[in-house]
Ligand binder design. Sequence first.
Ligand SMILES: C[S@@+](CC[C@H](N)C(=O)[O-])C[C@H]1O[C@@H](n2cnc3c(N)ncnc32)[C@H](O)[C@@H]1O
Ligand code: SF4
Ligand code: SF4
Length: 275
Amino acid sequence: MMSIIKRIKRFGNTLSLRFRQPMRVEFNLSDACNLNCKGCSHYSPLAPKEFEGLPRLAESMSAIASIEGARKISDIYLIGGETLLYPELTKAMELARKYFPWAKISIFTNGLLLPKMSDDFWEKCRVHDMVITITRYPVNFDYDALGPLCESKRVKYEIFDDRSLEHSFFKFRLDPQKRQNKWVRHFKCYSFGCLTVIDDKIFPCAQSACVTNFNKAFGTDYKWEKGDYIPVQSLKNVKQLFRLRNLPVPFCGYCKPIITTPYALSKRVKEEWLD
Ligand SMILES: C[S@@+](CC[C@H](N)C(=O)[O-])C[C@H]1O[C@@H](n2cnc3c(N)ncnc32)[C@H](O)[C@@H]1O
Ligand code: SF4
Ligand code: SF4
């Protein structure tokens, strides 16, 4: 059995590795999606086809870029739902680059629409130095063609993950009674670091940010409490973002341990997120 000292050391190492992770902010453009994966962390299969307005996106980006220490934010994601469905994506890229000129900016995508994107899209990706970040899924689609496509357009790309691999898809289970130990759940959180901006708020993760999709679909009442998010316009410094990321929030009490599940398409039933 592992000695107490070894356990304490391992605990300390895990914490220090996590706290030293680069700061990343994810701007949620929409939860609408063209794929609908079972148990999606954004509850996208349940989401209405709505898109964030550009003026509010600009306000949020401007506010976050102006906080003290903003240059510690090294990574920006444009994310969804399916990001390529966002009707004003090139304008969103322009805004992201304008407000975060120092950052690595990634467009997260399931890739399905990439072969159909316009010349203007590819040009703006080059001009604004975007990284196309692709998740592969076990669906009938030629993912191997996407790398050569991005290369032919001279646009950077990365494969984020492959959801056909064993143990690569999860059931993020919510506890309606909120009886989970928030410190333990946060310490073991798979979504650590996924600070998500939605509407005019910033949350530590997509699960808490997007839970309204779940509540609206099934009449449940997963609530936000004080501390679960920060209104973007009230942010003053990057230390607040580090605290939001590094410490548990009340919502963590809803998060049961995740379990792996084979990838499948959603049937839009609540059991995909509940026991
Ligand atoms: C919510 S998606 C949004 C961007 C885009 N639609 C995509 O799939 O890449 C962002 C990432 O979260 C991952 N994700 C969402 N729900 C998940 C789950 N239940 N288990 C594992 N990964 C999940 C996706 O596979 C993807 O890599
Ligand atoms: S994981 Fe990505 S592709 Fe799958 S439903 Fe969610 S947003 Fe869509
Ligand atoms: S609520 Fe807490 S434990 Fe749950 S996913 Fe978000 S940060 Fe992780």
